[in-house]
Structure formats: structure tokens, C-alpha cells
Design a protein around this ligand. Structure first.
Ligand code: 4AD
Ligand code: MG
Length: 443
């Protein structure tokens, strides 16, 4: 009898066991009368050898990539000097085709163009087949490991998970990136951030978090903007701005430790990003005004090709150059009030700026945006007005300042940007199962 095993399962090879495996053909090579097949099933890869009569059968002779197949045989250690996944090889004595894949013009290698910038769009059209590729699968595997690690770390920190709605009637991050739709004859939006709803939950639960989709109608095509992304958001009650920064370091380093303690995930990260090093605590902290000076000292211009001045946005290109030069995680803090969202708490020592933070990572730039929240009722009413936001739809948010307000703050981390950094991917598009951005809503 043959023992059914997943391809990645560790099993004693002394004496060589008879096993049965299933998977899809990922590679194949003919060597005179031998047929070498590499199978893939999501748990790992296995080299299988068809020899003699078995290699001469019609189905072996016409085998195509991506065909699903069942194979039985003896699993043996490969000879020294030969390489095979997990240093072993299945010497087949029986096989059955389960689902034959097309060859010729329709072969997967002809449907999915090879990796490379010029083929990026064509490969995304074929993402449903391209994702079988080892590198893409590894990034997506790391993605779920990272998401799980965030949940674990939050559990350790006693944060309570809540599930805010995706269909809302309030904006959080400005009107220009809202996806609006008709909700039973009322105007509604796809949520840009769950922040305001997280704030409603802290009086019930204390510190809370959520992992939900956020939506942005970004009208530009960049390597780090998506229309739909996974947003990891936390909100902390009764804290100072400094507490918020310390928590962020703790969270990021904690998540990385959990992920790297998992051998399969750690091996994938090593392969994807061989130069990865654990960030050193405390992270570099830099105030916005110092960043402006730093950019000017390095002759990095603003979007109008002028030297940076107080009040300028630090655009993606400038931000990226800064992170590439400094090459460490940076907490960029105290952004001017005018360029930040309505809800941000002003710095009590300098009301021109907010108690806000962006966490910047080399190669990507901003991966987290956070702040202390305006907790005074009158100040919030004034902020709605200054920002041209009608206060009525926000009655529930405003009430939080009336029924036991508190110094509190939180943040949002873009999972895809975190992964682009961790897995050294050129664009966040490569970290999604099926990316959504301007012009792409398929497959
Ligand atoms: O800086 P943002 O806009 O902040 C907020 O939404 C806050 N309300 C979050 C909060 O305090 N709870 O977005 C937070 C993060 C960014 O740093 C970035 O990582 C990610 O969300 N992000 C995007 N990721 C991919 N595509 C986009 N279009 C993104 N917009 C923001
Ligand atoms: Mg931001």
C-alpha cells in the first residue's frame, strides 16, 4: 500500500517508503529514456522520475506542464551531488492523469508571457495562471503569514478585533479619492479607512484593531497605489503621541519576529529579499520641518521643481529618495495642519503642526499613517467647518467628544506596502492576489 502524502511532508526515507502523491506538473525534462517531473501542490515541490516502460507510455510522452496527475512509487534520497527539492526523488511505478493541460499554442508558457516590465500588463491579464509561479506564490504565502502575525501580535497585546462596515456615508481622507455609489437612493461611499469606526469602539473595548479592505479612487498610476487594499488599523485609548510611536515599533518588530520564527515563511523571505535585516529600535525620528531642511540640503526639489518650503507635501519621489539615502525605517512626525486630515490633534506646543506620523520604509516610502485625534468637541466642530465637511453625517463621531472624550490615537498600515518592503517587490500590485487600480478590475 502507498501512503498518501502532501508533497512538502517530511517523511523518514530509511527504508524508502512507498507513497502516493497528487499535484501539477511544474517542470519536466527528458534525459534519454528518463522523464523527470517536478510536481507542485502548495505544500511544496517533489521531483518524480519515470523510467523504462512507464516513460514510454503515451501519457508520459505527451505530458504537458500544469497537467494534474497522481503518482505512486518509492521515495528515495537523491545521490550526493544531485539536487532535488528536499533532496529526494519519487521513483514512479504508477501514474494517472487527472486533468490534462493543453500543449502547443495553448501551453501555459504561451498563455503567460515571461516576467519583465514590458509584459507586466499581459501577465496581470493572465494573473489566474501566472500566480502558479513560485515567486508570486511565495509573496502571497508570506502575505497570509504576515496577516496572521498581526492578529497574533494584537492578541498578545490584548487588542480587541472589530469589523467596521465597508459601506459608509462619511469620508476620512478627503473627497478626491472617494468611490461613491447609490445606496437605495442615498449617497454612500466605499470606506477609505475604518478609523472613525475604530474610535467609536474604544469606549467599549479599550484598544482595538481591524483588518479590512479600504478603497481609494486614486486617479494616478504609481507603484504603491491601489484602488482596493488591505488596511491594518489600530486605535489606542488614553495615550500620548510618544506612546503611539513606541507601540508602532513594538508592533512592527513583534510581527517580524513572529514571521521570521516560522521556518517556511522565513525561507521564502530569505529567497525574495536576501538582504533583509531586522529594523533597529528605536526607529529614526524626524520632524517634518527637519525633513524639509534635509531635502533642501540634499537639493531634492518639490513637485513644482522648487526648493521645499513649510506647507509643501513631501511627494512620493522625494520621500523615496530620502528613504533610499537614509536606508532605515523613519518616523516622520509633526506635519502641518493644512496638509493633514481634519481629525488630527494639533501639537499643543506648536498649533501650526499636528501630532501625526508617517512611517517610511526604504524602497517604498510611507507604509503607515497615524496621529493623535482631536478630542475636544469645539475644536472638532471648527475643523469640520475649515475643511468644508458638513457635520451632520458625522453626528456619531462628534458624540464621542461629548460622552467621555479621551486622549487617543491610532494608525493605518497598508499591508501591500508592508509586503512590498519585506519581500522586496517593485510594486504593491505584485503583493495582491488580483490587484485593483485605475484601469484594472479584471480578472
Ligand atoms: O495615510 P492614510 O491615508 O491614513 C488613513 O487612512 C488613516 N485614517 C488611518 C488611521 O489612522 N487609522 O492611509 C494609511 C496607509 C498608508 O500609509 C498606506 O500604507 C496605505 O494606508 N494606503 C494605501 N495603500 C495602497 N494603495 C493606496 N491607494 C493607499 N492609500 C493608503
Ligand atoms: Mg498617509
Amino acid at each position: 500500500a502507498a501512503k498518501k502524502i502532501p508533497l512538502g511532508e517530511k517523511i523518514d526515507l530509511e527504508p524508502a517508503p512507498r507513497v502516493q502523491v497528487v499535484g501539477r506538473v511544474t517542470r519536466q525534462a527528458k534525459q534519454s529514456k528518463l522523464l523527470f517531473i517536478t510536481l507542485r501542490d502548495g505544500t511544496g515541490y517533489m521531483q518524480c522520475l519515470l523510467a523504462g516502460d512507464l516513460a514510454n507510455t503515451y501519457h508520459a510522452q505527451t505530458l504537458t506542464l500544469e497537467t494534474s496527475i497522481m503518482i505512486k512509487g518509492q521515495l528515495r534520497a537523491v545521490e550526493k551531488g544531485k539536487t532535488a527539492p528536499m533532496n529526494r526523488e519519487l521513483q514512479a511505478d504508477y501514474f494517472e492523469i487527472i486533468g490534462k493541460a493543453p500543449g502547443g499554442d495553448d501551453a501555459i508558457t504561451n498563455r503567460v508571457p515571461p516576467a519583465g516590465a514590458e509584459n507586466a500588463q499581459a501577465r496581470l491579464d493572465m494573473r489566474h495562471l501566472a500566480m502558479r509561479d513560485e515567486e508570486i506564490s511565495n509573496v502571497l504565502y508570506v502575505r497570509q503569514a504576515v496577516e496572521h502575525a498581526f492578529s497574533t501580535k494584537y492578541w498578545d497585546l490584548d487588542f480587541v478585533k472589530v469589523s467596521p462596515p465597508a459601506l459608509v456615508q462619511t469620508q476620512v481622507e478627503g473627497g478626491s479619492t472617494l468611490f461613491e455609489f447609490d445606496y437605495y437612493n442615498e449617497k454612500a461611499y466605499l470606506t477609505q479607512s475604518s478609523q472613525l469606526y475604530l474610535e467609536t469602539a474604544i469606549p467599549s473595548f479599550g484598544n482595538v484593531y481591524c483588518i479590512e479592505k479600504s478603497f481609494r479612487a486614486e486617479k494616478s498610476l504609481t507603484r504603491r497605489h491601489l484602488s482596493e487594499y488591505t488596511h491594518i488599523e489600530g486605535e489606542l485609548d488614553f495615550i500620548t503621541f510618544d506612546d503611539l510611536l513606541t507601540h508602532l515599533e513594538d508592533l512592527m518588530c513583534g510581527v517580524l519576529e513572529i514571521v521570521l520564527a516560522h521556518p517556511r515563511t522565513a525561507a521564502m523571505i530569505k529567497k525574495l529579499n536576501p538582504d533583509f535585516t531586522m529594523p533597529v529600535r528605536p526607529f529614526k525620528r524626524m520632524k517634518y520641518t527637519d525633513a524639509i531642511d534635509w531635502l533642501n540640503a540634499h537639493d531634492i526639489k518639490n513637485e513644482n521643481d522648487q526648493p521645499h518650503a513649510f506647507g509643501d507635501d513631501i511627494a512620493e519621489a522625494a520621500e523615496r529618495r530620502m528613504t533610499d539615502i537614509l536606508n532605515v525605517p523613519i518616523f516622520l512626525t509633526h506635519f502641518p495642519t493644512e496638509i493633514k486630515a481634519f481629525y488630527m490633534q494639533k501639537d499643543p506646543t506648536d498649533p501650526r503642526v499636528t501630532e501625526s506620523v508617517d512611517c517610511l520604509m526604504p524602497g517604498v516610502g510611507e507604509i503607515i499613517g497615524g496621529s493623535m485625534r482631536m478630542d475636544d468637541y469645539a475644536e472638532l466642530m471648527e475643523a469640520y467647518q475649515k475643511n468644508g465637511i458638513p457635520s451632520e453625517p458625522y453626528y456619531w463621531y462628534t458624540d464621542l467628544r461629548r460622552y467621555g472624550t479621551s486622549p487617543h490615537g491610532g494608525y493605518g498600515l497598508g499591508l501591500e506596502r508592508f509586503l512590498a518592503w519585506l519581500c522586496k517587490q517593485h510594486t504593491v500590485r505584485d503583493t495582491c492576489l488580483f490587484p485593483r487600480y485605475m484601469g484594472r478590475c479584471k480578472p
